[in-house]
Design a protein around this ligand. Structure first.
Ligand SMILES: Nc1ncnc2c1ncn2[C@@H]1O[C@H](COP(=O)(O)OP(=O)(O)O)[C@@H](O)[C@H]1O
Ligand SMILES: [Mg+2]
Length: 301
């Protein structure tokens, strides 16, 4: 049915596909959960709050979700979730505990892999530790549909290289010009890192605007950032919506309870649910593409 050349090409393609499988740790990518890295240029813009609440909102949509606290300096996702931490991923790195032992069951059906913070933990990870950490995150991704990284802020090597492992990088900004400028610098750093990254294909870049005073301000902020990224970096940046400034957010933080669970009807929670809806639709699309990829691949193998 096929000519000799056709056959040789098919064998070659099958070989390439097997190599691709091997390079993903022997685990077909279709079986790995989607990794979303939440990061920002400037600190204190609401990353932890959004990462924790989006995780819960995604779990409410039926996804198995793990939140992974990747902030090396200010690991505090446990505070927002209101859970007690006994062990962190640093214990897995040190060989004291297995991933199973450090997983914490959090509110809303999500799990948390906590991080350690403090001055002594601030030092950059060595290249070897970074590989180990990414391998641990890969393990978490095999156990879940979605893994959300709560990353630190700023263009440090740790943040950029770990977030580059993600399938989707969600850059959080506020409408303030300083925050938007820093978010742009972050997007640029990712664009440069992706040229070098050995872990993944280029991640999809997205923006989430926090602390917006109005829908209009949220939209304008996204347009400004996406506009400069398209013009100067030629990168498409997806709009994941905006979260309104809402006093229920800090009230919930003070009660150590995620706002989407404590005040599900407040304006910030409605915005968070809408953003989770957009993310969930993206995940569905990525899954469809993967399953098509595997159907095609099975024809070759
Ligand atoms: N949409 C919002 N409305 C009101 N306050 C907010 C909102 N988002 C964040 N905050 C406040 O900002 C604080 C810092 O947020 P956090 O998630 O810890 O920032 P980051 O992780 O970026 O350092 C929160 O504890 C909360 O009190
Ligand atoms: Mg934080």
């Amino acid at each position: 049915m096929f000519g000799r050349e056709d056959h040789a090409r098919r064998v070659d393609q099958a070989h390439q596909l097997r190599q691709l499988m091997a390079s993903s740790g022997g685990v077909p990518a279709a079986k790995r959960g989607h990794v979303i890295a939440v990061t920002s240029g400037k600190g204190g813009v609401g990353k932890t709050l959004l990462a924790a609440n989006l995780s819960i909102a995604l779990a409410a949509r039926g996804h198995r979700v793990a939140l992974f606290d990747m902030d090396m300096g200010l690991a505090n996702a446990d505070i927002v979730l209101g859970v007690e931490v006994a062990w962190t991923w640093r214990d897995v790195l040190a060989g004291r505990r297995s991933l199973d032992e450090v997983i914490i069951h959090g509110p809303g059906g999500i799990t948390l892999v906590a991080g350690a913070s403090g001055v002594s933990q601030m030092a950059n990870l060595s290249e070897f530790e970074r590989h180990q950490l990414i391998a641990i995150a890969g393990q978490a991704a095999e156990l879940n549909d979605v893994v959300v990284f709560d990353c630190g802020a700023g263009i440090s090597h740790n943040v950029v290289s770990i977030a580059s492992f993600a399938d989707t990088i969600l850059v959080v900004t506020t409408p303030e010009p300083t925050s938007v400028t820093d978010a742009y610098a972050m997007i640029k750093a990712f664009a440069q890192e992706q040229g070098r990254s050995r872990y993944t294909e280029a991640a999809a870049m997205g923006v989430l605007v926090n602390l917006a005073e109005s829908r209009r301000e949220g939209r304008d902020t996204y347009e400004r950032l996406a506009g400069v990224a398209a013009r100067f970096l030629h990168i498409p940046v997806t709009d994941y919506g905006y979260i309104l400034r809402d006093e229920h957010v800090s009230a919930a933080v003070r009660q150590r309870c995620p706002v989407v669970l404590r005040y599900p009807r407040c304006s910030a929670s409605s915005c968070l649910m809408a953003s989770a809806g957009r993310l969930s639709r993206e995940l569905g699309r990525a899954e469809e593409q993967q399953s098509l990829f595997y159907r095609v691949m099975n024809m070759f193998l």
